[in-house]
Design a protein around this ligand. Structure first.
Ligand SMILES: [Zn+2]
Length: 189
């Protein structure tokens, strides 16, 4: 039987731990820190944007809003550069909420798409690694994050790259645009 949120919360009241972030070279922040108090469980999870495909921004967006598209997949680029050299989102054209909702055929195609996009981003050059991530708590329309970290800056390795993306100054616009153009060209070959 799974632990309920209430049971978890009861355990939390005994105290949260502070991990030794001061020793972590990859942690983006310094100074005195302590865990944020955990609030009591809510009645439900917060609703996600575009629930059930209603008023879903991905479903209603035209292909022009995307960096690259094909029959069943679309690749989205944010409108402005961020700290990492390439950040992109892959979405199925149709509305699915969870990975497990995909048919076997679409799931197989997804595997190929994840690999193709990763390869295209890595070929931009000076990319240390492309993190392929699935978070889905904001918008419901299924999407995979591709977050490329720069090569040879050891502090940017690992999952904190997603935080460094907001900490580093934005990639120069002309460089960012060229990176996206390269990815698009690679996928269209
Ligand atoms: Zn949708």
């Amino acid at each position: 039987m799974p632990e309920t949120p209430e049971q978890l919360y009861e355990r939390v009241l005994d105290g949260l731990r502070m991990p030794p972030v001061g020793e972590w070279d990859t942690f983006p922040f310094g100074g005195e820190m302590r865990p944020r108090p955990l609030r009591a469980p809510a009645d439900t999870d917060p609703p996600r944007e575009g629930r059930g495909g209603v008023d879903c921004r991905s479903c209603t967006a035209t292909d022009e809003k995307y960096l690259w598209t094909n029959e069943r997949w679309r690749l989205f680029a944010p409108s402005q550069p961020s700290g990492l050299p390439v950040v992109l989102l892959l979405e199925p054209r149709e509305h699915y909420a969870e990975p497990g909702d995909l048919s076997d055929d679409l799931a197989a195609e997804l595997g190929v798409m994840l690999v193709r996009v990763e390869r295209a981003i890595r070929s931009v050059g000076e990319i240390g690694r492309v993190h392929v991530c699935r978070w889905g708590d904001g918008t419901e329309h299924l999407h995979w994050w591709f977050m490329a970290r720069p090569a040879r800056i050891p502090q940017l390795i690992g999952s904190f790259a997603a935080i460094w993306d907001d900490v580093l100054p934005p990639t120069p616009h002309v460089v960012w645009r060229a990176n996206l153009d390269h990815v698009c060209a690679e996928l269209s070959r």
